[in-house]
Design a protein around this ligand. Structure first.
Ligand SMILES: [Zn+2]
Length: 80
C-alpha cells in the first residue's frame, strides 16, 4: 500500500496517509478540518519521463553486419 503525502492549503499542515491506489484522495485536513488537503506527488514513488520517446528509424530494413573484412579468421573450437 503506497503512502501519499498531503499538504493543506489552509493551514499548511503536511501529513502522510497510507491508501490504496483505488481509494480517493483525502481532502479533509486532520489539523484544521478544512477540505483543503491536496495530495502531493513525490518523485520517489513516480517516475516521470519528460516526453522523450526514442524515435529511431527501426524497421527501415537494410544494413547487415559486416564481419571479417581483414584479419585472421581463426575460429577456435569445435566446428561441426
Ligand atoms: Zn489544514
Amino acid at each position: 500500500m503506497p503512502t501519499y503525502n498531503y499538504a493543506c492549503d489552509a493551514c499548511g499542515h503536511s501529513f502522510e496517509r497510507e491508501q490504496r491506489i483505488s481509494e480517493d484522495p483525502i481532502k479533509k485536513c486532520p489539523k484544521c478540518g478544512k477540505a483543503k488537503a491536496r495530495r502531493m506527488i513525490s518523485a520517489g514513488n513516480f517516475i516521470l519521463k519528460g516526453g522523450g520517446w526514442y524515435s529511431d528509424g527501426y524497421g527501415s530494413g537494410g544494413g547487415k553486419p559486416d564481419g571479417g573484412s581483414s584479419g585472421g579468421s581463426s575460429s577456435s573450437g569445435s566446428s561441426d
